[in-house]
Design a binder for this molecule. Sequence first.
Ligand code: NAD
Ligand code: UDX
Length: 463
Amino acid sequence: MEITKICCIGAGYVGGPTMAVIAQKCPHIQVTVVDLNEQRIKDWNDPNTDNIPIYEPGLSEIVAEARGRNLFFSTEVEKAIDEAQVIFISVNTPTKTYGKGKGMAADLKYIELCARQIAKVAKQNKIVVEKSTLPVRTAEAIKSILDNTGNGVQFQILSNPEFLAEGTAVKDLLNPDRILIGGDSTPEGELAIEALVNVYANWVTKDKILTTNVWSSELSKLTANAFLAQRISSINAMSELCEKTGANVNEVAKAIGMDSRIGPKFLKASVGFGGSCFQKDILNLVYIAKSYGLNEVADYWEQVIIMNDHQKRRFSNKIVQTLYNTVADKKIAFLGWAFKKDTNDTRESAAIYVADDLINEQAEISVYDPKVSRNKMLCDLGYLETRSEVENAKALTIFNNAYEACKESHAIAILTEWDEFTTYDWQKIYESMHKPAFVFDGRNILNAKELESIGFIYNGIGS
Ligand code: NAD
Ligand code: UDX
């Protein structure tokens, strides 16, 4: 079957960029991205593509090229489902905040809603692709909903997890390490797999397109995120030991990374990993393991999260201890709020938790982030429900310039590794601060020697 019409439900961080790249690379395929969120769709359709709702380097150019040609953003979910041969489900699967599995399991209510809507609308056979990250064996539930409430239409369910990282989404999508497609080994299942392989083959070489059974594909996504996060927690655990022993974590990371069996990537000690995926997916993995009675497996992976929480708390404690055990009424400047550079996403960003801790100690926080809005920062703090909106707004002052944010502060904390922070006139910043002036580099991006020669008291992670 040749695919000419694709629909994607969910115009978020995955649906938007992924479909933009498919549309760019497959001009013969009409790609419609739909979402219930009217404002989000309105923003995707903004005539000025610099205003699209998701910031990713290179994305606005791709949207400018394909939008209106074969890439469309719409709120007409049912129409798009009806017309498409292939439907990607790319909706959010957050950690459950209620009921059984609260705080651990993935909330599949949005996925189920999509399945029911597809079942209701579809009049012809369709391929349904799980793009969202899902617990292993979710395809079974989707299939059951589709087969039992549908109109006698045949559905093939494929698992095609997305491995892009934010901040490098376009690069990752254009040149992926691999594309993973899981499907049934029935003749119909194999035809569906082949149809999706052929879409990706428009720009990805076939040796990078891996096909597996559905359950392997679903579980591989959770496993990949667990392994990546585990490396960060491992190096972060070592960073604490480095601080006690005089070793330097950057030197340790370099030394171990040169072992080709270990490799150099994902060994940067930090204030803790953030983002919408790692914590959620590991908690989900832990929940699945527990639900099969695999308590040792569950405990093993849960430790990755425990270590990450410890690292965030350790960072805020260090600031308080170093500033003579009190930050009350002291101004602490945060450089960065996003969970990593080159994104405006703040979900689970370490900055939120560090700010919360310091505000509890009655510090005044001033923040500068090149891409995150004031509203978003205040919403992030609001979700924690530690204090009222008014109290948060009083404790957090947001600047659109780093020099202003740092002026008259007692300490600077680097929470995101934005490149521009390394280009600042640090002498000028030092002169504008209270003395002694401290820097807590949660990303180890600044030049410690240079800052110390200016007069700063520098604290990096793991040194
Ligand atoms: P997101 O919250 O940015 O976007 C999801 C969108 O789905 C929202 O705009 C929401 O309004 C929409 N939506 C929800 N239910 C809907 C429905 N019934 N009909 C229409 N629209 C609906 O989420 P995201 O970051 O794009 O993540 C989506 C999935 O991809 C998750 O399962 C996530 O784990 C996975 N994932 C995310 C990343 C990442 O870097 N963000 C990477 C790989 C995989
Ligand atoms: C991650 C996975 O990398 C990606 O494959 C998956 O599809 C979604 O989840 P993402 O969360 O967008 O991507 O970004 P990633 O680059 O993995 O960074 C996650 C967090 O780990 C960030 O807070 C980052 O700063 C932190 N990190 C990363 C470290 O602290 N040290 C490192 O060495 C690498």
